[in-house]
Design a protein around this ligand. Structure first.
Ligand code: NAP
Length: 299
């Protein structure tokens, strides 16, 4: 029996582990993918207090090292359900079952799809959701980035270093950080397509072109790569038996990260909240961990 099972090893989950281990609790972190979460794929983190700039990978590595150094245990596995009986929480995974007095769900969110026909078929054949992972394959080629948030802007900046041409296609406004917009505007190989919506992916076996609809009409753009950076959506279905989800599928919780079930907390991007940043994720992790420790001590 663990004191706390933490689901997700992103900044929220790892911070929760750091706080809980330091409070003398025994934690298990269960992660289904890469340790470090989304931020580990960010080329540069420039708005985390205390670091002028640090790569996402280095930041994640440091967090993982800190949590494991304090004795947190880890399992690489996928959680399929959570339940509780007489206050004991059970976390069911693809490979087994784990028990704890408290659970912190810090499962983050997954890349939102564009919702286009053939999108799934062409993923990995020109369509990508990760410029850091796949950008190097498109050196010297033409690509498009879809989205107007900070992720899309960062992706476009990074891709413009090696690609022949980068189109940035966004449907409404550039809502990402101004500093990133300013950097991108100075790049000569970047073309902004405002009010643009990708309506079709073309190519027999690999992506060869896209159709973009704007107020001026439809335009076909020949290219080799399309990077979708249109935000994230939560994947909270495995936890729905013990927590309440809002209309967008995010977990509802109070200021102390407590869900509707005693001893079950949520932290980070999977939670219903206004600002999803690394800073707010780590804040949630600390709050959830301390609340969980208090709950365990009161048992
Ligand atoms: P985001 O800020 O939610 O932006 C999503 C973008 O995708 C918006 O431009 C949105 O357009 C567009 N979009 C959504 N669905 C679409 C669809 N089906 N088709 C076309 N476009 C669509 O997401 P994000 O850029 O991934 O950022 C997530 C969070 O991380 C934000 O809080 C951001 O500030 C933070 N972040 C920070 C940094 C940094 O360095 N500071 C870097 C990356 C991310 P609409 O505006 O029209 O809805």
């Amino acid at each position: 029996m663990y004191d706390i099972i933490i689901i997700g090893a992103g900044p929220a989950g790892l911070t929760a582990a750091i706080y809980a281990q330091r409070a003398g609790k025994r934690c298990l972190i269960i992660e289904k993918g890469a340790f470090g979460g989304q931020i580990s794929l960010s080329p540069k983190l420039e708005n985390y207090p205390g670091f002028t700039a640090i790569s996402g990978t280095e930041f994640s590595d440091r967090l993982v090292e800190q949590a494991l150094g304090l004795g947190a245990e880890v399992e690489l596995d996928e959680v399929t359900a959570i339940s509780q009986k007489d206050g004991v929480k059970t976390v069911t995974t693809l490979m087994g079952e784990f028990k704890a007095k408290a659970i912190i769900i810090a499962a983050g969110a997954k890349h939102r799809r564009l919702g286009l026909e053939r999108e799934e078929e062409l993923t990995g054949m020109g369509v990508s959701y990760c410029a850091v992972c796949d950008g190097a394959f498109f050196k010297g080629l033409t690509v498009a980035v879809v989205g107007g948030g900070s992720s899309a802007l960062q992706d476009a900046i990074m891709l413009s270093d090696g690609c022949e041409k980068v189109y940035l296609i966004y449907r409404s406004t550039l809502r990402g950080e101004k500093q990133l917009v300013d950097t991108l505007r100075k790049r000569e190989n970047v073309e902004f397509i405002a009010g643009g919506v990708v309506t079709e992916l073309k190519g027999e076996f690999e992506l060869e072109a896209i159709t973009v609809k704007t107020a001026e009409g439809e335009r076909e753009i020949p290219l080799q790569g399309l990077f979708a950076a249109v935000g994230y959506e939560p994947d909270n279905a495995p936890f729905a038996s013990l927590i309440k989800l809002d209309g967008g599928g995010y977990a509802e919780a109070g200021e102390n990260c407590l869900t509707q079930t005693e001893g079950v907390y949520v932290a980070g991007d999977c939670r219903s909240k206004a600002i999803r940043q690394v800073t707010t994720a780590v804040a949630d992790g600390a709050v959830a961990a301390l609340a969980a420790c208090g709950y365990i001590d009161s048992l």
